[in-house]
Structures are given as structure tokens and as C-alpha cells.
Design a protein around this ligand. Structure first.
Ligand code: PLP
Length: 364
């Protein structure tokens, strides 16, 4: 079976060259006679792999020296609890901006650890849970005494993405970047903390990346488990417990691949071109549509709907037959979703648009 174009939202496609290198090194990493999976996390071989991965990430993202990079576990859903456990104690309160399912989930979980205030919720109609954009800043109810302001830079399910860094009036920004980290250049110095699960744009699931400014540390609630205490993990170089070693190794290969492609500016250019191709087609189509506000459309996850949902199954089957897979939309919203992360080549989006054109023509 040839490789397919995999539009999965996550775990998602990885660059083929990365998978090939991992396959070559599977049984014998660099003459050690063992797989990376079999190495002690404290041995010099793995420490080398770890340091290189962290160094590459710092270089790609331009992470300032007063920030710690932590390789943790528990995913972004784990971070929904780990973030407030570590940060909310500074003032006992936090602001959450809701732009879709993921930020809504984050706010709900954080409420167990302190006073959570919803700054705005763009669900339309209110209470529906369906967000088609971002509430204008003038309508936000900001709390100057919040320990942090949390938002999700890219709502993976809804397809709503920030194309700017929000202004929280001086309150430290915390962002769930699970599905758009490394997709474009970012000014890390504007954030108190950035987190994301690896399985969208970084590598295999099981690894969670946390980038945290030094002054955010030291406010953990007493009940915070040591393994999830940022300060303890920072002091232990992410090795207070055994980290997700193999996932870190693959992430390092992905970081090197991004660097070889030209870094984050090159990723942004490619991602813009892919998204433009798809949205331009959607906007010109009378059969397919995307309802998200134009200034908040995601360049990573493009949900779209067929005019006749009775054709959904036929559309998916035809796509599968052309090697275009995992296009079914999230169960909570239905329709379709094309996830087009860094590893999706332009050719994949071209093949999808060609198929959609043919499908639309067949409906006439
Ligand atoms: C996938 C995703 C999550 C959940 O990640 P888990 O690894 O399942 O915890 C949370 N937030 C965003 C934005 C995501 O894309």
C-alpha cells in the first residue's frame, strides 16, 4: 500500500523522511546495538538525544534564556489541570477566553483549582457550544488580578485560530498551542506559558511540551503531584520521572526536519499556501462551505460541510479510494475536517481540492 494523504487531526501525519530515519535506526541507534526505546533516560546516548531536541526547539522558536522547556506527559487535557495547579495560586484567580471546545474544557477543569472567570465565550447562539469566531476584545471582561489569562491559539475541532497574540492587559498569557505550535514564527517572550500535546505538529502522542517563563514558577498548590510540578520538573531537567523517551527522540527528528525545510518562516509560508488553496475553493463552491469568520479561520484544521449531508458517506468513501483519509469531522460538529499540519504537503491539499471539484461536479 503506498502512503496515503492523512488528514487526521491527531495523532497526525509525520514527515516521511522522519519515519524512514526512525525505521533505519530502530534496531541499532548510531552503533549502540540498541533501539532508543531500550536506552536508559539517564545514559549519555539518550541525554545527547534529549539535549539536541531541546536545543533545536529553542533555536526554531527562539525561546529566550529565562524560559524553561519541559518535556512532560499527560497531554493537553492533563495540562488543563496541571496549569492551574501550578499557576493559579499566585492570586487564586484566572481568566479564560472561550473560542471552542478545547478552551471550554480547559476553563471547566481549571475551576477545580481556583476562581475561574470566563472573559468571553463566542458560542453562537449563546450556550450552543459552537464558536464560529473570536469575541472582539472590547467585549472581554478582563480581571487585572488574574494570575494568568488562558486561551487556545487554535481550536482543533472548531477550526478557529488566532492570527495575533491577544492583549490581556499585562496579565501573563497562557496558551494551549497543541495544534498550531511550530506552524509559524512566534514571539515566545510575550507568553507566561505555552503548552501543547505532541501528536498534532510535533511527534507521537505521549509527550507534552511546556515552555514556561521562570517567574511563573513557585506558586504550585500544595496538593500538586511532584511529577506535575513545573518547578520540580525544571530543576530535574524534565527527568523527575522517566520522560517519554522515544517520543522525544522522534520530536527531535521532526525539529531537525523543520530546520532543514527553512524553519518556522518556511513552515508558515507553506501552511498559508495550503490553507489558501482550500479556503479559496470552499468560498467558490456551491456545494461545500466553511462558516468560520474569515479573520479567525484556522490554517491547520479546516472543517467543511457538504450541502447535502446525505452525501457524507459517499464523499468519504470516494476520498478513501483516492488515498485521502481521515476526513470525517469531529463527532460533536459533524461534516468534514481536513487537518493540514506541517507534515501535509501541498500536493495533499491539491489532491483533496481536485477530488472535491470532481465530487461537486458529480452532484450537478
Ligand atoms: C488534541 C488537543 C487537546 C487534547 O490533547 P490530549 O493529548 O488528548 O490531551 C487539547 N487541546 C487542543 C487544542 C488539542 O488540539
Amino acid at each position: 500500500m503506498p502512503r496515503v494523504f492523512n488528514f487526521s487531526p491527531g495523532p497526525a501525519a509525520l514527515p516521511e523522511t522522519v519515519l524512514r530515519q526512525a525505521a533505519e535506526e530502530m534496531l541499532d541507534w548510531h552503533g549502540t546495538g540498541m533501539s532508543v526505546m531500550e536506552m536508559s533516560h539517564r545514559g549519555k546516548e539518550f541525554m545527547g538525544i534529549f539535549d539536541e531536541a531541546e536545543g533545536l526547539l529553542r533555536e526554531l522558536m527562539g525561546v529566550p534564556s529565562n524560559y524553561k522547556v519541559l518535556f512532560m506527559q499527560g497531554g493537553a487535557i492533563g495540562e488543563n489541570a496541571i496549569v492551574p495547579m501550578n499557576l493559579i495560586g499566585r492570586t487564586g484567580r484566572a481568566d479564560y477566553l472561550i473560542t471552542g471546545d478545547w478552551s471550554r474544557k480547559s476553563a471547566k477543569e481549571a475551576g477545580r483549582y481556583g476562581l475561574v472567570s470566563v472573559v468571553a465565550d463566542s458560542a453562537e447562539p449563546p450556550g450552543s457550544g459552537r464558536c464560529l469566531g473570536i469575541t472582539p476584545r472590547a467585549q472581554w471582561k478582563l480581571d487585572a488580578g488574574a494570575a494568568y489569562f488562558h486561551y487556545c491559539s487554535n481550536e482543533t475541532i472548531g477550526g478557529v485560530q488566532f492570527h495575533h497574540i491577544p492583549d490581556a492587559g499585562g496579565v501573563p498569557l497562557v496558551a494551549d498551542m497543541s495544534s498550531d505550535i511550530l506552524s509559524r514564527p512566534l514571539d515566545v517572550s510575550r507568553f507566561g506559558l505555552i503548552y501543547g500535546g505532541a501528536q498534532k505538529n510535533i511527534g507521537p502522542s505521549g509527550l507534552t511540551l511546556v515552555i514556561v517563563r521562570d517567574d511563573m514558577l513557585g506558586y504550585a498548590l500544595p496538593a500538586t503531584p511532584d511529577a506535575f510540578n513545573y518547578r520540580i520538573q525544571a530543576e530535574a531537567g524534565s527527568m523527575y520521572n522517566t520522560p517519554a523517551t522515544y517520543a522525544i527522540y522522534i520530536a527531535g527528528l521532526v525539529f531537525r526536519w523543520i530546520q532543514a525545510q527553512g524553519g518556522l518562516p518556511a513552515m508558515a509560508e507553506r501552511n498559508e499556501a495550503k490553507a489558501k488553496l482550500l479556503y479559496d475553493f470552499l468560498d467558490s463552491s456551491r456545494f461545500f462551505s466553511n462558516p468560520i469568520a474569515r479573520d479567525a479561520r484556522s490554517q491547520m484544521n479546516v472543517p467543511f460541510w457538504l450541502k447535502d449531508p446525505g452525501q457524507d458517506e459517499a464523499f468519504l468513501a470516494g476520498a478513501q479510494a483516492r488515498g485521502l483519509v481521515q476526513l470525517k469531522g469531529h463527532r460533536s460538529v459533524g461534516g468534514m475536517r481536513a487537518s493540514i499540519y506541517n507534515a501535509m504537503p501541498l500536493e495533499g491539499v491539491q489532491a483533496l481540492v481536485a477530488y472535491m471539484k470532481d465530487f461537486e461536479a458529480s452532484q450537478a
